[in-house]
Design a protein around this ligand. Structure first.
Ligand SMILES: C=C(O[C@@H]1C=C(C(=O)O)C=C[C@H]1O)C(=O)O
Length: 279
């Protein structure tokens, strides 16, 4: 079974136990930024993957959502940041670069600009962010996610920082769901037991990772993006459950997206009962 893996630190509590051999598995792992995984799932090249949460609303007929996994926050997320040269409230009409690695965070930024700040004019340009900045481009503001956001959080040339998780939670009082694990519905129809075992395996990996966060931080430290204490704080802010509060927060986000015409309709989030079985 081909399983997608985001190539960022954010998923290490789930994937380190698999990759380091602490939880046995039979997956072929395919790593990439969220936007690439979204594409691979949409074209059917992956069986199961973590994808941007907005993908569930874009292809509700294709996917089943795994019941107890997500990448969420309830306040600061630390790795989804708008970095700006001027105060964010003064960005109306400015050209803002957004990373081409994202699906959900770009939509979240649109919702916040349009609905929270009341901007009428929003110019988001999707770019390969590292390359653009290396080539000397200096947008007024840019949206970074994942490891890039962690690395660039303290740039002095972009002193105004918006942590999109914080802003969402302060505004709505709800958690925000950035990513979900989804399976191709056809897989469930043709080989349900294979999918059930895969879902159980991911559940075991998550339980192991959260029980051994110190080991996960040790492994993550080697990537030299954050030090041990920063990693502990980072993983302390990320939530990996997909409970009633997360579902409510996601539904609220989808309602905004539907009203802005970003998705055709608010989908029913279909959780497959058999996938909820205990590991
Ligand atoms: C919390 C994060 O959430 C992410 C943001 C995503 C998106 O914008 O589509 C998708 C998956 C996650 O990687 C992060 O990138 O660190």
């Amino acid at each position: 079974m081909r399983l997608g893996r985001i190539g960022f630190l954010n998923v290490l509590p789930i994937y380190y136990p698999l990759e380091a051999g602490f939880v046995r598995h039979a997956f072929d792992l395919v790593s990439g930024p969220p936007a690439a995984l979204n594409r691979l799932m949409a074209e059917g090249s992956l069986d199961l993957s973590v994808v941007s949460s907005v993908e569930v609303a874009r292809h509700p007929e294709r996917y089943l959502v795994l019941p107890d996994l997500s990448i969420s926050c309830r306040g600061p997320v630390q790795s989804v940041l708008l970095l700006s040269r001027r105060p964010v409230e003064a960005l109306e009409g400015a050209a803002v670069h957004v990373t081409n690695q994202s699906g959900t965070s770009i939509r979240l930024l649109k919702v916040l600009f349009r609905r929270l700040l009341g901007f009428r004019e929003v110019h988001l340009k999707t770019v390969a962010l590292s390359q653009a900045l290396q080539n000397g481009e200096r947008p007024e503001a840019f949206l970074a996610i994942g490891d890039e956001a962690l690395m660039w959080a303290h740039r002095t040339d972009y002193p105004h920082t918006w942590d999109l998780g914080s802003v969402w939670t302060q505004w709505t009082g709800r958690p925000f769901v950035f990513a979900l694990w989804v399976a191709q519905r056809r897989l469930f129809e043709h080989t349900p037991t294979v999918l059930e075992e895969a879902a159980a395996c991911l559940r075991r990996a998550k339980a192991w990772g959260l029980d051994h966060l110190e080991l996960v931080c040790q492994a993550a430290k080697n990537q030299e993006i954050l030090d041990f204490d920063e990693l502990r704080s980072y993983y302390g802010h990320l939530h990996y459950d997909f409970g009633p509060d997360e579902r409510e927060g996601l539904r609220h986000f989808f309602e905004h997206l539907a009203e802005l015409g970003e998705i055709p309709a608010v989908p029913e989030i279909e959780l497959s009962r058999p996938l909820c079985r205990e590991a």
